[in-house]
Design a protein around this ligand. Structure first.
Ligand SMILES: *[C@@H]1O[C@H](CO)[C@@H](O)[C@H](O)[C@H]1NC(C)=O
Ligand SMILES: *[C@@H]1O[C@H](CO)[C@@H](O)[C@H](O)[C@H]1NC(C)=O
Length: 380
């Protein structure tokens, strides 16, 4: 009898130890505390989860099961379109006429009007207020059918070890998984994102300030592909003003575009990520003020690593130029590694001084980057 109790005691102990945020953010969102030491709460319904995320209390919210939002707001049937990009019918992505995308020419020559039926809950993410930690237990924390949207003005939010999935993946404009727009100190860590209609992560046009996206899995494997090849196109879109974004240790796979697309005057530190099986492009640096430092990453089977560079890119091109990082980042920049991938050029060092005085993520050699440390269930 006594012996039989031991495993139970061990299980309880490890459960207690696992409650709450594990580790600390590196990079720009360093110092984020989320809900801090608030007593953990365990929502049991979708309504309760929404209320905890949206209210004015500092909260540590633990997910120990799946929260399924599909059907909670009903379905909509209306006119949408089959865009010109969908040359493969039911294995392509059709579009909802959001922002008149279908009717203002964006759907391309030859697009046709079709009826679309979609789940309404996925269209707008759950509002997440300031001072929140949202943490999944093991691999149990799943949010199905709705994303997360940091409310305007929000700060100090941690989202760790959860899986966001199934946001109308068959439709462009079907929903965004994570949205930051007018916020500060946001840490997205060990989050898995799959089967999304639109963006997996989007930083909107207002200032997102300090954001770290670390050890997440961007899984683009889909049966509804805008590029008609089983890969998701709408990956990571960084559009904000004065945004400081660290992307560290993420695993991005089976994508085909915008991974990431960087606009406005975003400063992006893209370090130690593993990019695998991208049939389109990884980087699209779309504006003249965008500054992108790309170091210590692995690019394996990435067709086009850099689609266009209208801004500044430093891609750690040579030992002599990589030492230019030392005085601004506190480390020598690490070379990227390429296997069966396109080329990456980027020799601009003028913007490296923007890293001075900021919290900068560490960088390992590309040879040390592994996919095993990314995604849910592995937080450590
Ligand atoms: C978040 O926490 C900080 C520090 O305790 C506090 O000053 C601030 O008012 C909180 N924000 C909100 C929206 O509750
Ligand atoms: C893609 O998803 C399908 C359906 O879940 C699965 O059968 C297949 O193994 C996945 N492929 C990859 C490369 O992950």
């Amino acid at each position: 009898m006594r012996l039989a109790l031991l495993p139970l005691v061990a299980a309880l102990t490890s459960r207690v130890a696992a409650v709450g945020v594990v580790g600390a953010a590196e990079g720009f969102a360093h110092g984020v505390t989320g809900g801090g030491s608030a007593t953990p709460v365990y929502p049991s319904t979708t309504d309760e989860l929404v209320s905890y995320l949206t209210d004015d209390e500092a909260r540590v919210i633990i997910l120990n099961k799946e929260f399924d939002f599909t059907g909670t707001e009903g379905t909509v049937t209306e006119d949408g379109c089959r865009p010109a990009s969908n040359t493969c019918g039911s294995s392509g992505q059709d579009a909802i006429n959001e922002a008149e995308w279908c009717t203002n020419g964006n759907a391309g020559d030859g697009s046709t009007t079709i009826s679309v039926t979609y789940d309404k809950a996925a269209i707008l993410g759950i509002s997440v207020g300031s001072n929140k930690s949202l943490v999944g237990e093991g691999t149990k924390g799943v949010i199905r059918g709705k994303g997360l949207r940091m409310v305007s003005g929000a700060s100090n939010i941690i989202i760790q070890n959860i899986h966001i999935t199934e946001l109308n993946p068959q439709y462009i404009w079907g929903g965004d998984a994570l949205t930051v727009n007018d916020a500060d100190l946001i840490w997205i860590d060990h989050v898995k994102i799959s089967l999304i209609g639109r963006q997996m992560f989007v930083a909107g046009t207002e200032a997102s300030n300090r954001v770290t996206i670390s050890y997440c899995e961007f899984d683009g494997n889909t049966s509804w592909s805008a590029s008609c090849d089983g890969h998701h196109y709408w990956s990571v879109y960084l559009l904000g003003s004065n945004d400081l974004i660290t992307m560290q240790g993420n695993y991005l796979h089976h994508l085909s575009g915008r991974a990431p697309k960087v606009g406005s005057n975003t400063l992006l530190h893209f370090v130690n990520n593993y990019h695998y099986a991208n049939t389109g492009h990884a980087f699209d640096v779309m504006s003249s003020n965008a500054n992108v430092l790309i170091e210590g990453n692995v690019f394996q089977n990435v067709d086009t690593v850099l689609l266009e560079n209208k801004g500044q890119v430093f891609a750690a091109p040579s030992a002599s130029s990589n030492s230019a990082c030392e005085s601004y980042l506190g480390h020598t920049c690490q070379a990227n590694s390429f296997g069966s991938s396109g080329t990456l050029t980027g020799t601009d060092t003028g913007f490296l001084s923007s890293f001075s005085g900021k919290n900068v993520a560490s960088a390992s050699a590309a040879s040390a980057v592994s996919t095993a440390s990314a995604g849910v269930g592995v937080v450590a």
